[in-house]
Design a protein around this ligand. Structure first.
Ligand SMILES: *Cc1c(COP(=O)(O)O)cnc(C)c1O
Length: 230
């Protein structure tokens, strides 16, 4: 099931890339493995999938331990909320963090990134739909935080991440993704060397790719429906 699903997701990405006139290689598929067991990750990895995304730090650490033999074959991305008391474990275990939403968290990650590892790759999470309940920086806060995070020695700031509100049709889905793309362009215009737009999930990956996503984060379409979160 996982192999076929992954193939279908790759086909969706390829089709959206063709429509957008972008090379397929411009979009990285991040397989979101939150709530699924290590054996499912193993199965996906065996199909050639390299990048996996996790939301919950402790769950991810347990899974990494069960998959320690594949450490060189997997890049682990944290995409869920990150509290200060978890930054050390994250700095030691992950390759990427997409969900940096304040300077203090970034400073801790930089301080705690072990010297023998390459810099931690990070994105700033942006509350692009402006919802009161959502985590992420407000668009108007991003430029100043980005300048500070870009200077941290043990991080490499790569770009922006967003989780837009669900929307029904393609045009409505494209709007927040376009806004994130324009925000990234403005940061680049201000001199920051950024290349990553982490946006698009199972329901809206086509819209995201059409607006320039470089990483799409897909869970359900690969691993099946999750149990509702508690
Ligand atoms: C769960 C999750 C995803 C994947 O969502 P699907 O709809 O299952 O593809 C992507 N990004 C984040 C931040 C998530 O929490």
């Amino acid at each position: 099931m996982i192999a076929g699903n992954t193939q279908r997701v790759r086909a969706r990405i390829a089709q959206a890339c063709a429509l957008a006139g972008r090379p397929e290689s411009a979009v990285l598929l991040l397989a979101v493995s939150k709530t699924v067991g290590p054996e499912a990750v193993r199965e996906a990895q065996a199909t050639g999938q390299r990048a996996f995304g996790e939301n919950y730090v402790q769950e991810a650490l347990d899974k990494m331990a069960a998959l320690a033999d594949l450490r060189e074959q997997i890049d682990w991305h944290l995409i869920g909320p990150l509290q200060s008391n978890k930054t050390r474990a994250v700095a030691e275990a992950f390759d990427w963090v997409h969900s940096v939403d304040r300077l203090k968290i970034a400073q801790r990650l930089s301080d705690q990134r072990p010297p023998h590892l390459p810099p931690l790759q990070v994105c700033l999470q942006v509350n692009i739909s402006g919802e009161a309940s959502k985590s992420g920086l407000l668009p108007q806060e991003v430029a100043s935080v980005a300048q500070d995070v870009a200077r941290l020695p043990r991080l490499r700031l790569r770009g922006l991440m967003a989780i837009p509100e669900p929307a029904g049709d393609l045009q409505a889905q494209r709007r927040p993704h376009r806004a994130l793309r324009e925000l990234l362009a403005s940061l680049r215009g201000a001199g920051l060397d950024l290349d990553t737009l982490s946006m698009g999930m199972t329901a809206d990956l086509e819209a995201a790719v059409l607006e320039g996503a470089t990483i799409v984060r897909v869970g359900t379409a690969i691993f099946g429906a999750r149990a509702p979160s508690p």
